[in-house]
Write a protein that binds this ligand. Structure first.
Ligand code: PGA
Length: 252
């Protein structure tokens, strides 16, 4: 298993041509392939072409969403089979933007998470509190509630998944959680996962941080004991910045 995982979430950015140009630029740059797993999650319209472009490289493919149904009359949705057929390995579920703008409840997020696991995809489950919740010191209750909703259903012992702690107030705002706060919440998530799911499952879970991760702060975050990677939006849209994240060990 690689030391850290760094996942680029391109969100609703890049036309297909732009996505191809970005991945080609990333591929041309050097990074520590032994220690770091790089993953890109392009928009759906470019999952195929980016997937083709990274074949034979160390970069892996993720998607930003999936439907919890198998197939049928679900206009606008995408199934796990469709994603897997394109070589997708990871899928983001429960991103705060989907929870907030598309009303994805804890129940829907849980269905998506379990569907992904059932289908052999690695879900990247996002959890995190609002600014208001942090101000009144309810961040841990919020995250625990989000985790419990997903952990309520049985999880197979061989399952592999990722939990991304993403404080909502840090996403796309340029305001990053302090390394102490990020570390403390990731440790809390680790302990809860262990307590609820046990050692067998917990050892296959990676806990990562997301929210305004950039070349200037990535190193201090990645050096925290319980932070095993990053979920990155803005800085993953620029090849040099993304590569700087993958090469964080070299930064000052
Ligand atoms: P950001 O986004 O890096 O632009 O803050 C992170 C995310 O939404 O995963």
């Amino acid at each position: 298993m690689k030391e850290k995982i760094i996942i680029g979430n391109w969100k609703m950015n890049k036309t297909n041509d732009e996505a191809i140009a970005l991945i080609e630029e990333i591929k041309a740059l050097e990074y520590d392939k032994k220690g770091i797993q790089a993953v890109v999650c392009p928009p759906l319209t470019s999952v195929f072409s980016v997937g083709e472009s990274i074949k034979g490289t160390d970069i892996e493919l993720g998607a930003q969403n999936l439907c919890f149904q198998d197939q049928g009359a679900f206009t606008g949705e995408v199934s796990s089979d469709m994603l897997k057929a394109l070589g997708v390995k990871y899928v983001i579920v429960g991103h705060s933007e989907r929870r907030e703008y598309y009303r994805e409840s804890d129940e829907i997020v849980s269905k998506k998470f379990h569907k992904a696991l059932e289908e052999g995809l690695i879900p990247i489950l996002c959890v995190g509190e609002t600014l208001r919740e942090r101000e009144i010191n309810e961040q841990k209750e919020k995250v625990e509630k989000q985790l419990s909703a997903v952990f309520e259903l049985e999880i197979d012992k061989k399952s592999e998944f990722i939990i991304a702690y993403e404080p909502i107030w840090a996403i796309g705002t340029g305001r990053t959680a302090s390394k102490e706060d990020a570390q403390s919440m990731c440790e809390f998530i680790r302990n809860k996962t262990l307590e609820i799911l046990g050692e067998d499952i917990s050892k296959n879970v990676k806990i990562i941080y997301g929210g305004s991760v950039k070349p200037s702060n990535v190193k201090e975050l990645m050096e925290c004991k319980n932070i095993e990677g990053a979920l990155v939006g803005g800085a993953s849209l620029n090849a040099k910045d993304f590569i700087a994240l993958l090469n964080y060990k070299e930064s000052l």
